[in-house]
Design a binder for this molecule. Structure first.
Ligand SMILES: [Zn+2]
Length: 164
């Protein structure tokens, strides 16, 4: 598949970055980028998965991509934006995927996650993952990217951003 030439999502921070700087997962059109100096990761997720296998494979890709970033910048912790605005209500992650998401939530280098664009069905799924991971304090659900930016600014102030 040809590399897409434009970002399929709205984000003013990411709009300034070339397509080549993103890790892209084509099956569901996920775009992930790290801003190491400010300890921020943007995960702009795409379409919903369609069966257990695609769900597990997507989760495994997200985990492997984050693991690469975490290893490269160890032991730095990151705040992760998870943009779910492009997915619909059709998704229900596989059991394996739920386990993988719980591992991501509770990873020591995952300082905090801010999810936005969350559908009603997704809210329920997030509750399940929170239950599995026990990482309630790390995860916030907000309405839009502007509120996510506010969370990021507050977190940065508290955690004194340092360059890596
Ligand atoms: Zn972005």
């Amino acid at each position: 598949m040809a590399t897409p030439s434009t970002h399929p999502f709205n984000c003013s921070r990411c709009a300034n970055h070339n397509v080549s700087e993103f890790a892209i997962y084509e099956p569901t059109d996920n775009w992930l980028i790290v801003y190491p100096k400010i300890r921020l990761i943007h995960a702009h997720l795409g379409i919903a998965t369609w069966d257990d296998r695609s769900s597990t494979e997507e989760a495994a890709w997200i985990q492997a991509t984050l693991e690469k970033i975490y290893t490269q910048h160890s032991p730095t912790t990151f705040l992760i934006f998870v943009d779910l605005t492009r997915s619909d209500d059709s998704e229900f992650p596989s059991r394996k995927a739920l386990k993988i998401y719980a591992e991501i939530f509770k990873h020591t280098q995952t300082a905090s996650m801010v999810l936005y664009g969350v559908s009603t069905a997704m809210q329920g799924i997030i509750q399940i993952v929170l239950h599995l991971s026990g990482a309630h304090k790390k995860v916030q659900v907000v309405k839009n990217i502007h509120q996510a930016d506010t969370c990021f600014r507050e977190w940065s102030k508290k955690n004194k951003t340092r360059a890596v």
